[in-house]
Design a protein. Sequence first.
Length: 162
Amino acid sequence: MNKSKALAALLTALPFSVAAHDGKHNGQAADHHHATFSAGEPGDASQPAQIVKVIMSETDGKMLFVPERLEMKKGDQVKFLLYNRGELDHEFVLASTVENLAHAEEMKNNPDMTHDDPNSKRLGPKRSGEIVWRFTKAGEFEYACLIPGHREAGMIGTVVVK
């Protein structure tokens, strides 16, 4: 079985809520009140948070996040300070690998898709933004840029929650 058929079989077999990107599609905003997220839940900006700076850039044909790996404890609240230091748009999408791969497939058909999700942020060149997130589930998650070609060029990071 080739990789795309295996992924399709896996996606149809898994009972998960795809909330990794339910942002604006064709001008319609998503309802996040009923959304579930694989990597935890939106944080409370009025509460203390660990600060994590994440740089997005491209160099020598490679696209990357710095840092590429993070370790958190279940229950940690994090304020991700996101900086796009590159010359291209980049995005930060925090989810499971399965959700991000499914979202990346959708992005191939709609590369200019805008997002209004608490677990993602798209930034233009030399722009910054932030996401406040609470890791309520243990496991291994990822943050990736799902703009077509970016993930494939290395723009992926790992979050291990213990």
